[in-house]
Design a protein around this ligand. Structure first.
Ligand code: WTA
Length: 650
């Protein structure tokens, strides 16, 4: 990365200040060590006690865990409601007038929603869903911009036991359709559109396109955000505000089993078909709430901002469920960081006196590039803690985040976790763990992580290997929606009995974990997972394409960028035009954020004798333009020479 080319010397160990330790939810390394030891010696008791203390139950659970590998049931026999825990108990228990959500839209509109108001809005929305005939167990797809109604829709579904799947607003109609179909959803909750860089993202149009082939969907609910013209199909499409006219506030939170499905979130795997990651109620809620306390260190007076979209898991666990479960104030911003100018985020931090900020290395790198004068114009002294998620944070980004944004005063929690893990699993506790820049530091309580070799044997400290988890944890995924075999196969078969993360990592002699990146065919672009196979499947649907191979290429801002090698059915006359068309094609099939950075046309692809594309070699070509690795299984050496020389001519 060129940004790191300019020398950045980082401290090797950054202990928390005395002042931070004094006020922290977990103070000092001894407190962490004591809690960690207890959590692994008697894991079930540890989580059982927390579940009793921290959650509201309609009916107490009988035992903390029923583990029938790889299928877990947590807090067996208990009954609770996630929405009640996130909203009602605070609204009625002394936080009624506290801000639950503070919002600013891209055009500058502002809202503050107290816990009591949130309870009213969520209950009325749940009443509208009932009016449409929705029942516990039906599924909802939510396709919305970052506005409070996205959270209200999630919580309204949770209140009734309607599992939701939030589809990021950047996904195309095609991708939306595939998710609705896989989930067999009955209702889609959306808006006319949302604001992004001053332009309207027209969500309802995409819903209309998707619904042409989604027979299970009986209704849509459309929140009016932009006020632009949309098509409303009679009997199927309903305005949120019209339904609200006859809504009532007497919808009790349904008493649901601990293992009742809360949501399904689709994420890229190693095949072309996205995986529906299933999370259930009690375990997910407990661990997202506990990590919010331990890692984000939230207190009664914090105003906390996680910049993730609710379409990603970070938005689920750390914009909505975690912070609301602990009764915190969560800030939401609808739009782009550069609208109207590159200081929008810093302006928001100053204006709302944000105290805890949680974002991604990609965002940090993009903002560094714009120069220090943007943050310097604003008072950022309200910040006391910074967080990072989604990919490893490189030294230049760490240094800038720490110095320029945090004023060398705020610890940075580098949190490692996945859609599948539901909550942060490897992370510092900011008032305890001395930081090592670039390391997620140590496992959270209850998490037994290890680095192993190909045969599942632990490797020596300092050596690279595969990151695995040895014990079940409450917020773990329960299965892949509709595909328990794929669940078993993807996560539990590579190292039998252990959960395989798909990440490479090493552990140093002090027990700090350094996550290096994916070892499977999953790319990490701007902290978002994209599967090489998913993009390849999209490309080969194009009539001109014979074969495609996709690899991640190092990128200064986004970490990785999508690079495609394509062979054509017959040679094209205008390759530049076709290249543009194919990039557009992928954006249409999946979403604009998946648009390839580069398309390279080639006569053939490097393959093994059994016909498997050797992506590893392509990765080497895009990274270093040479091939140093093992090529003994390669079918035709000439392919490589021509691929490399093609690049020389660029
Ligand atoms: C990567 C996002 C290094 C990792 C919450 C993981 C990280 C994948 C970090 C999950 C981190 C996430 N340091 N790598 N702090 N956080 N990753 O499902 O490769 O979108 O497997 O969940 O992102 O991405 P996902």
């Amino acid at each position: 990365m060129t940004q790191d080319a300019k020398h950045v010397s980082l401290p090797t160990l950054v202990p928390p200040s005395d002042e931070f330790v004094r006020q922290a939810n977990v103070s000092g390394m001894d407190a962490y060590r004591e809690m960690y030891a207890r959590s692994v010696d008697s894991t079930e008791e540890f989580w059982g006690q927390l579940a009793e203390q921290e959650l509201h139950w309609f009916q107490r659970f009988e035992k903390p865990l029923d583990w029938n590998p790889p299928f877990a049931k947590w807090f067996v026999g208990g009954k609770l409601n996630v929405c009640y825990n996130c909203v009602d108990r605070h609204a009625m228990g002394g936080r009624g007038n506290k801000a639950a959500i503070i919002f600013e839209g891209e055009p500058g509109d502002q809202r503050t929603i107290t816990y009591r108001e949130l309870q009213r809005l969520v209950t009325r929305f749940a009443s509208s869903l009932l009016e449409l005939g929705m029942k516990t167990g039906d599924r909802a797809v939510i396709y919305m911009p970052m506005i409070p109604e996205a959270a209200i829709a999630m919580l309204g579904c949770a209140r009734l036991g309607i599992p939701h799947s939030v589809v990021f607003g950047g996904f195309s109609a095609e991708a939306l359709k595939a998710r609705i179909q896989d989930l067999e959803a009955s209702v889609v909750i959306t808006t006319d559109g949302g604001w992004r860089r001053g332009k309207e993202i027209r969500l309802k149009d995409a819903v209309d396109e998707a619904l042409r082939e989604c027979p299970t969907v009986r209704h849509t609910v459309v929140y009016q955000r932009t006020g632009s013209e949309v098509k409303m199909e009679k009997g199927r499409d309903h305005w949120w505000h019209v339904l609200d006219e006859s809504a009532n506030e007497n919808v009790a939170a349904v008493e649901l089993d601990s293992e009742h499905p809360l949501f399904v979130l689709y994420t890229s795997g190693t095949t072309g078909k996205p995986k529906g990651i299933l999370h259930t109620s009690a375990g997910y809620l407990l661990q997202s709430a506990m990590t919010t306390k331990w890692v984000l260190d939230l207190k009664e007076h914090d105003t906390y901002w996680c910049t993730a979209d609710v379409g990603w898991v970070t938005g689920h666990s750390y914009v909505v469920y975690g912070p609301l479960a602990v009764g915190a104030t969560t800030f939401m911003y609808e739009g782009a960081p550069d609208t109207p100018a590159f200081d929008r985020w810093w302006r928001l931090i100053d204006k709302y006196k944000i105290s805890v900020l949680y974002t991604s290395p990609t965002a940090i790198r993009a903002l560094i590039r714009q120069g220090d004068h943007w943050p310097e114009r604003h008072d950022l002294t309200s910040l006391r803690l910074l967080g990072s998620v989604g990919e490893p944070i490189n030294p230049a980004a760490w240094d800038w985040y720490y110095r320029v944004i945090g004023g060398s005063r705020c610890p940075i929690v580098d949190t490692w976790w996945q859609t599948e893990t539901g909550a942060m699993l490897i992370s510092p506790m900011p008032g305890a763990t001395p930081l090592k820049p670039g390391s997620g530091t140590m496992p959270m309580p209850g998490i037994v992580a290890e680095i192993v070799d190909n045969h599942g044997k632990p490797v020596e400290d300092g050596r690279e290997g595969f990151l695995i988890l040895k014990k079940p944890w409450p917020s773990m995924l329960r299965t892949i929606w509709g595909d328990p075999e794929r669940y078993q196969d993807q996560y539990w078969s590579r190292f039998p009995g252990y959960y395989f993360t798909g990440d490479a990592a090493r552990k140093d002699k002090d027990g700090y974990f350094w996550v290096l990146g994916r070892v499977d065919d999953v790319m990490n672009v701007s902290g978002h997972r994209l599967s090489t196979m998913e993009i390849e499947s999209a490309l080969v649907k194009h009539p001109a394409v014979a074969e495609a191979a996709v690899v991640g290429k190092p990128h200064e801002i986004t970490g990785q960028a999508v690079c495609c090698f394509v062979t054509l059915k017959k040679s094209a006359t205008d390759v530049d035009k076709l290249g543009l068309e194919l990039r557009q094609w992928v954006a249409h099939e999946i979403g604009a954020f998946a648009r390839p950075e580069e398309i390279r046309f080639t006569d053939s692809l490097p393959k093994t004798r059994s016909g498997k594309i050797m992506r590893r070699l392509l990765r080497e070509i895009v990274t270093s333009n040479t091939v140093a690795g093992d090529v003994t299984t390669l079918e035709d050496m000439n392919v490589l020479t021509s691929l490399a020389s093609q690049h020389d001519e660029d």
